[in-house]
Design a protein around this ligand. Structure first.
Ligand code: MN
Length: 322
């Protein structure tokens, strides 16, 4: 079941009291999409909030736009719970009770891997869209809301981050067309937004990156590169995990690397971020461990020590690059 954007706009036009749910470990697409839609709904006179359960990453602070809440009691009646840039309860941990409040449940996403643990009243899943922000832009237009400067900034952030600044293979003519429209919004300046997202890294984050890159393991004649961000490293450099953002892209910039893996160790589990360059199917490898994502960008989690997770995942990745 995949509903049209127009029909979703029609449904939403009649609703008030809307909670938007970006995925955990929010990125520019998840938060940008959620805030853009939240602002558009408010401009139409509706009560809308973005429900989160973690701090907004520093480099995305400008996307908050007064939309985010951690306590949903501010809404008396929740007519719609809408998941953005993700699907399934596993992607919104700690927010299940708030999610259940929605009389209707919806999902707008571009991840092909879909979870079956939620019965949605409507869904729009477009695996060919580079970012959920592309779908949200069209939804805002169909809702009849104006693309304000704040909304334009949110949509631009969503698209630039999920396309790797228009370098990933998921980038399409439509990604550029939508951004082209954003340039017509009064005051829009892509350079300013890019600098906010990409050029505010701390010294500590760069030191952490250099430590991780300095101890990469290579397999399969250099076609697979594996890095690790451990709790010990974070402590040593005084960093939080969101400052490890971007390390996987650095790994993928190494000549000859077809697949990259970055293990991220948290207090209670290990998450693996997986990237492929051309042919290595990362979605398939992630799916073996209950994860998912896209063919060239996926992820999975392990409730195991990092060494055990490596033993399980690396053979699959070696197979993916061979
Ligand atoms: Mn996305």
């Amino acid at each position: 079941m995949n509903d049209t954007i127009r029909s979703i706009a029609t449904i939403m036009s009649d609703l008030d009291g809307i909670l938007l749910f970006p995925h955990v470990n929010m990125d520019g697409d998840a938060l940008g999409s959620a805030s853009a839609l939240c602002l558009a709904l408010r401009s139409l006179g509706k009560k809308a909030y973005v429900m989160i359960s973690e701090p907004v990453p520093k480099n995305l602070d400008f996307l908050e736009c007064g939309c985010c809440i951690t306590d949903d009691s501010i809404l008396e009646d929740v007519q719609l719970s809408l998941q953005l840039d993700c699907n399934g309860l596993r992607r919104i941990p700690g927010r299940e009770t708030a999610w259940e409040r929605g009389r209707l449940k919806g999902c707008i996403d571009h991840h092909a891997t879909t979870s079956k643990d939620i019965r949605y009243d409507f869904t729009r899943i477009e695996p060919k869209s580079a970012a959920t922000g592309e779908i949200i832009y069209r939804l805002i237009k169909d809702l009849g809301a104006e693309i304000t400067l704040d909304i334009a900034n949110c949509i631009f952030a969503a698209i630039t981050t999920d396309t790797g600044n228009f370098q990933h293979t998921n980038t399409t003519s439509r990604s550029h067309e939508i951004v082209g429209h954003l340039y017509k919004v009064e005051g829009f300046n892509s350079k300013v937004i890019s600098a906010l997202i990409y050029d505010r890294r701390s010294k500590e984050a760069l030191m952490l990156e250099s430590a991780v890159l300095g101890s990469l393991d290579f397999y399969a004649d250099g076609k697979l590169a594996v890095g690790k961000v451990t709790q010990a490293l974070l402590e040593e450099y005084g960093c939080t995990m969101d400052e490890a953002e971007g390390i996987i892209q650095r790994i993928m910039s190494i000549d000859g690397v077809e697949a990259g893996c970055l293990f991220k160790e948290s207090a209670n589990n290990v998450r693996a971020s997986l990237r492929g360059r051309t042919y290595a199917n990362m979605e398939k490898a992630a799916a073996k461990f209950g994860g998912g994502g896209h063919v060239l960008a996926a992820g999975c989690s392990f409730n195991l020590p990092i060494e055990e997770a490596e033993k399980l995942l690396i053979p699959e990745l070696i197979e993916a690059v061979s």
